[in-house]
Design a protein around this ligand. Structure first.
Ligand SMILES: Nc1ncnc2c1ncn2[C@@H]1O[C@H](COP(=O)(O)OP(=O)(O)O)[C@@H](O)[C@H]1O
Ligand SMILES: [Mg+2]
Length: 156
């Protein structure tokens, strides 16, 4: 990871600490789930876990990725690059579009069928390799800028 990303990461961290939970209004905001919010770093994203009803999701995801590597499915998982020592923050490979958005934006049936076929394949393989990854809905599986489909929110 280059210095630029670290500078931007620190900038985002500072803004998050000062925004009183209004993450959605911050620059670089991409999206959020039940307990994490995601910001844009260019070729990477950063996930911040703001809610701890759940476990340490970034830590879990890092472990799940290692198991994915062992089980030969790492190409179907967006790659984690770095987690902060307290696991509140994680830097990850950036994906472009969710499967649900890709389907919304698809031009014809052939394209839709291709996307759905690939999505079913990814889900099937990941369920075998990471059985607890039950939450692989169309918002948690994404396509990157070279057209590869990968899960962005996974456990093992
Ligand atoms: N690697 C990524 N690249 C681009 N967008 C992402 C990435 N990871 C997550 N997102 C976006 O942010 C949203 C929330 O992230 P997610 O990991 O699902 O958080 P949560 O664990 O809280 O559900 C996702 O649904 C997706 O839209
Ligand atoms: Mg999610």
């Amino acid at each position: 990871m280059t210095r630029d990303y670290m500078v931007q990461y620190r900038e985002i961290k500072k803004m998050v600490n000062e925004c009183n939970g209004e993450y959605y209004n911050l620059p670089y905001y991409i999206g959020s789930g039940i307990s994490r919010v995601v910001f844009d770093l260019g070729n990477y994203i950063v996930k911040y876990q703001y809610s701890y009803n759940n476990e340490q999701l970034n830590k879990q995801e890092m472990t799940a990725y290692r198991i994915g590597v062992k089980n030969g499915v790492s190409d179907l998982l967006a790659k984690p690059i770095y987690t902060s020592p307290d696991y509140k923050w994680m830097i990850m490979e950036k994906m472009q579009s969710t499967v649900s958005d890709a389907l919304k934006n698809s031009l014809n049936d052939t394209e839709r069928k291709k996307i759905i076929g690939e999505y079913e394949y990814v889900k099937k393989k990941l369920k075998l390799a990471l059985p607890k990854s039950s939450d692989l809905h169309r918002g948690n599986v994404m396509i990157n800028k070279v057209g590869e489909m990968k899960a962005v929110d996974y456990v093992w």
